[in-house]
Design a protein around this ligand. Structure first.
Ligand SMILES: NC(=O)c1ccc[n+]([C@@H]2O[C@H](COP(=O)([O-])OP(=O)(O)OC[C@H]3O[C@@H](n4cnc5c(N)ncnc54)[C@H](O)[C@@H]3O)[C@@H](O)[C@H]2O)c1
Length: 269
């Protein structure tokens, strides 16, 4: 199915990252006008230049999701540049190697690590959604896509703060869809499974990677573009009847009982 995002002004937070940059490239290839928003302005500028070289309209902007005034400035700059806002993909998240080392189970959770995770992932996304709604509501139209994770659906022995912060994003998504649907705004969440980005793979123990690969129903692990295509479709007008949804793009990892591959070998050889 083909669709167009022609002229749609779209912000992608974490736009310089692995999945975010794929979202920016695919949105731009469908005609969207972009704000590549990231705490890493250098990488955001490199991507915006690359997109402009392909003929797209793209600007880079520094944003820190942990700083409310910085998030507000992202919207005022977008309005000054483009005069409207059609879509936002709230994709940025706190994914530093240090936090990956510390975010284990609740018994060993430092309160400040929990707070830092929620400050960026959940509070930052809430502020971005709120500021987007202030623009989109008077327009009577807009699409919000929040990036959660399939880990929001399942218990784990690690990443207790991260997965709770992402579960909160799913519920926030439903709240927004419910409160603002009649005002022309759609809000959906995408739930990536393990996706081959440097930050996801860099510190992943080989044994854990093999376990996830075995539990993934597709013969491959997802690439950033696999998530980006879903984001782009959810932003498009062709998705006009889809709102309040939490859609996993995880190769079916979250859809079945664990250990299915062993059962399959047992029953099917
Ligand atoms: N890659 C995966 O396996 C996977 C799986 C499930 C969910 N996700 C989600 O997908 C999204 C993108 O993940 P990724 O793998 O591309 O990560 P990434 O680290 O490549 O990208 C994250 C981006 O967010 C930016 N960022 C970090 N803190 C920020 C802040 N305070 N303000 C603004 N920007 C900030 C980073 O600079 C980076 O460019 C995240 O929300 C992540 O939780 C990823």
């Amino acid at each position: 199915m083909s669709y167009t995002l022609d002229g749609k002004v779209s912000i992608v937070t974490g736009g310089a990252g692995g999945i975010g940059s794929a979202v920016c490239r695919i949105l731009a290839s469908h005609g969207a006008r972009l704000m590549v928003a990231d705490i890493d302005l250098g990488r955001a500028e490199t991507l915006a230049t690359e997109l402009r070289d392909t003929g797209a309209e793209a600007e880079a902007i520094h944003v820190d999701l942990g700083d409310e005034s910085s998030v507000k400035a992202m919207f005022s700059t977008t309005l000054a540049r483009y005069g409207r806002l059609d879509a936002i993909n709230n994709n940025a998240a706190l994914l530093t190697p240090e936090m990956a080392q510390r975010d284990l189970d609740i018994e060993h959770m430092a309160t400040e690590d929990w707070d830092d995770t929620f400050r960026i992932n959940t509070r930052g996304t809430m502020i971005a959604c709120r500021e987007a709604l202030k623009i989109m509501t008077p327009q009577g139209a807009g699409a919000i896509v929040n990036t959660a994770s399939n880990l929001a659906l399942q218990g784990n022995v690690i990443q207790a703060a991260y997965s709770a912060s992402k579960a909160a994003i799913i519920q926030m998504t439903r709240s927004i869809a419910t409160s603002h649907g009649k005002r022309g705004i759609r809000c959906n969440a995408v739930l990536p499974g393990l996706t081959g980005t440097p930050s996801a793979l860099a510190h992943l123990p080989q044994e854990l990677r093999e376990t996830v690969e075995e539990e993934t129903l597709t013969p491959f692990l997802g690439a950033p573009a696999d998530i980006a295509h879903l984001v782009a479709f959810l932003i498009s007008d062709e998705a006009r009847y889809i709102t309040g949804q939490a859609m996993a793009a995880d190769g079916g990892t979250s859809t079945h009982i664990p250990g299915y591959a062993r059962l399959q070998r047992f029953f099917q050889g």
